[in-house]
Design a protein around this ligand. Structure first.
Ligand SMILES: [Zn+2]
Length: 259
């Protein structure tokens, strides 16, 4: 059993303000990344508790430079840096994926640091007329490679969004309750890590019966930006819906993020 863990920063316990996630290298950002590493290691431990042979963790937050390498559990491997999400590593064969530290889609009421892809540039994103966020995007891209998402962690809205898209079979670990976009009722980080370890153990143990998320392609994807300049300058195949919005049919799962 090989396990692939995709990470983000906004959904980690103790992370609740943009200062922690947007500004790189500040004390607030380093604190957030240390909290991330604690949750990464908890998920790694849970996966090995369940008998995983190999665990690879992907740094998924802005620029993929958020891990503190020295802190990684030595049984795991990590992917950092600017790579395609369809890098050769996922092709090495994984049986289950965990989405760790994820956040709810754009404009989720009370969703801590909620956004879809870019909290600065993107407004909304739809898949076949259904509002979607990064959980659906990750699940589709992993699913296309035959890898089921077996667990999602983040705030309560993130967990609800995960069950909404992936069904009640997905293990969700709620590490905080969103009170606003920059405020949360949170567990102690140590408690969050204990729940994540237990959740990962259960999720990986049940992975053999989990199904990859595989909606039928082509998908009709709609991107809505915050600045009409993005659409003004766009020269691709997509149809312009309004000054902020473009839409196109996407046939290849690797193309669902970019028009
Ligand atoms: Zn992020």
């Amino acid at each position: 059993m090989n396990v692939y863990i995709c990470t983000d920063l906004e959904g980690v316990c103790g992370v609740f303000r943009w200062e922690q996630t947007r500004e790189y290298g500040t004390p607030a950002n380093v604190e957030a990344r240390r909290l991330l590493m604690g949750e990464v290691n908890a998920a790694v431990a849970g996966a090995f508790d369940a008998g995983a042979a190999r665990v690879v963790v992907r740094d998924g937050h802005n620029g993929a430079k958020s891990f503190l390498p020295e802190e990684l559990d030595e049984r795991a491997e990590m992917i950092m840096g600017l790579t395609s999400r369809y890098d050769d590593v996922t092709k090495e064969g994984f049986d289950a994926a965990i989405l760790l530290g994820y956040h709810a889609m754009s404009h989720t009421q009370g969703g801590v640091l909620c956004h879809t892809q870019s909290s600065v540039g993107w407004n909304n994103y739809w898949i076949n007329d259904r509002l979607a966020g990064e959980i659906a995007q990750s699940a589709i891209m992993l699913g296309a490679q035959g890898i089921p998402v077996v667990m999602v962690t983040g705030d309560d809205k993130t967990c609800a969004e995960a069950r909404d898209w992936l069904g009640d079979g997905v293990v969700t670990v709620e590490v905080k309750k969103g009170l606003s976009r920059e405020g949360a009722l949170m567990l102690a980080p140590k408690k969050a890590r204990a729940l994540i370890r237990e959740g990962a153990r259960e999720a990986v143990a049940n992975a053999p019966v989990a199904a990859p998320f595989r909606p039928e392609f082509p998908l009709r994807i709609r991107w809505q930006y915050k600045d009409s300049l993005v659409v003004d300058r766009y020269r691709g195949e997509a149809e312009v819906i309004d000054p902020y919005t473009i839409e196109r049919l996407v046939a290849d799962p690797a193309d669902i993020l970019a028009p």
